[in-house]
Design a protein around this ligand. Structure first.
Ligand code: DC
Length: 305
C-alpha cells in the first residue's frame, strides 16, 4: 500500500499520490533525478549569517520579497513567538543524505521563503573545532567556537570572517562525522538555538535538520520527516562527494551513514525522530521533483485549514 504516514498524535492518514511510497519498499534504485541531495548550499539567516533564499544552482527561481540574492538581511527584530501572527515555518527533518537540503531549498524557492540549513551550522562549528584541535566532545569549547563564528551566507558561498569560502570544506565526510559528535553536546545545541530562531523571518522559513520540528520550531505549520534507505542515501552522498572532488567509497559511506544515524537517533539531546504529527516521506524511489511536490501539497492543505 502506498500512503503518507503520520506518526501517532496526528490527524488521520490521507491517501498519498501514486508517486509517494511508504517506507520499507525495498532496496534503493539509486539517486533520483540524477541529482544528489545537498546541492543546495548551506544557507542560514540570522544575526551572524543571513541569506537570500532560493539560490541553489538549477533550482526554480524564487526569493523572499524585497531581498536580492546575496544580501544578508537585517537582524531579526524579536522572537517570532511574540508576534501576533508568527512567521510560518516548514520543518524538514531526517537522517543524513536523505535529500533534506535539496528538497528544503526547492520548497523555499517555490514559496519565496527563507531557507535554514541547520546542519551547516553544526558543520561550521565542527570544521572550526577540527582546525583548532578542539575535542568534538568538549561542549563548552564548542559553544565558544559557535559564539565566535560570524559566517556570511552569500548565494552558494559560506564565508568566514576572513573571507574564506568553506561551503565545500564543510561537506567533507570527516567534518560531517565530527559535526554529528559535536551535535550531541547540549552546550553547543543551546549556543546554536538563537541563531536558528533568528532565521525565522517573513514571509516564511523552511528549516532542515534533525530537530527542527521537535525542538527548534515546535509550532511549525508543517513538519516533514524525510527519509530514504541507507543504500540510496549512500549512493546519493557518494555522487555528491565525487562531484565535489572528495574521495568516496560506497561501502565506507554506508557504514558511516548507519553509524551517524545511530548516533543522531540515540543521543539524549534532541534525538532524530519524527515530530508528533509529522508527515513521514520515504524518498527512496521518489524524484526530487516528486518529493518537493508532496511537501508543497501537504503545506497547501495545512494552510487551507
Ligand atoms: O544535515 P547534516 O548532515 O549537514 O548535519 C550534520 C550533523 O549535524 C548531523 O550528523 C547531526 C547534526 N545536526 C543536528 O544535530 N541537528 C540539526 N538540526 C542539524 C544537524
Amino acid at each position: 500500500s502506498r500512503r503518507w504516514r503520520r506518526v501517532p498524535g496526528s490527524s488521520s492518514p490521507r491517501p498519498m499520490p501514486e508517486s509517494v511510497h511508504e517506507q520499507g519498499n525495498g532496496p534503493a534504485s539509486g539517486p533520483t533525478s540524477g541529482q544528489a541531495p545537498g546541492q543546495v548550499s548551506g544557507q542560514a539567516s540570522g544575526q551572524a549569517s543571513g541569506q537570500a533564499p532560493g539560490q541553489a544552482p538549477g533550482q526554480a527561481p524564487g526569493q523572499a520579497p524585497g531581498q536580492a540574492p546575496g544580501q544578508n538581511p537585517a537582524p531579526a527584530s524579536g522572537p517570532a513567538s511574540a508576534q501576533a501572527s508568527p512567521v510560518p515555518v516548514i520543518a524538514i527533518d531526517g537522517p543524513t543524505a536523505s535529500g533534506k537540503g535539496t528538497v528544503a531549498g526547492r520548497v523555499a524557492a517555490a514559496l519565496g521563503w527563507h531557507y535554514l540549513d541547520s546542519g551547516a551550522l553544526y558543520r561550521l562549528v565542527a570544521l572550526a573545532a577540527l582546525r583548532a584541535g578542539v575535542d568534538p566532545a568538549d561542549g563548552p569549547a564548542l559553544a565558544a567556537l559557535a559564539a565566535g563564528l560570524r559566517p556570511r551566507f552569500e548565494g552558494g558561498r559560506i564565508l568566514l570572517a576572513d573571507g574564506e569560502d568553506v561551503a565545500d570544506a564543510i561537506r567533507a565526510e570527516a567534518v560531517g562525522v565530527a559535526a554529528s559528535r559535536a551535535a550531541a553536546q547540549p552546550a553547543l545545541r543551546a549556543a546554536l538555538l538563537a541563531l536558528q530562531h533568528a532565521a525565522r523571518r517573513a514571509p516564511g522559513l523552511v528549516a532542515d535538520g534533525r530537530d527542527m520540528g521537535t525542538v527548534v520550531f515546535p509550532d511549525a505549520v508543517l513538519k516533514v520527516y524525510l527519509t530514504a534507505s541507507v543504500e540510496s542515501r549512500a549512493a546519493r552522498r557518494h555522487k555528491q562527494l565525487i562531484e565535489k572532488g572528495f574521495p568516496a567509497n560506497i561501502v565506507d559511506l554506508s557504514r558511516d551513514l548507519a553509524e551517524r544515524d545511530a548516533r543522531d537517533m540515540q543521543r539524549a539531546q534532541a534525538p532524530l525522530r519524527p515530530a508528533e504529527g509529522a508527515l513521514v516521506l520515504d524518498s527512496t524511489r521518489l524524484s526530487i521533483d516528486e518529493t518537493v511536490a508532496a511537501v508543497l501539497e501537504a503545506y497547501r492543505r495545512r494552510a487551507a485549514h
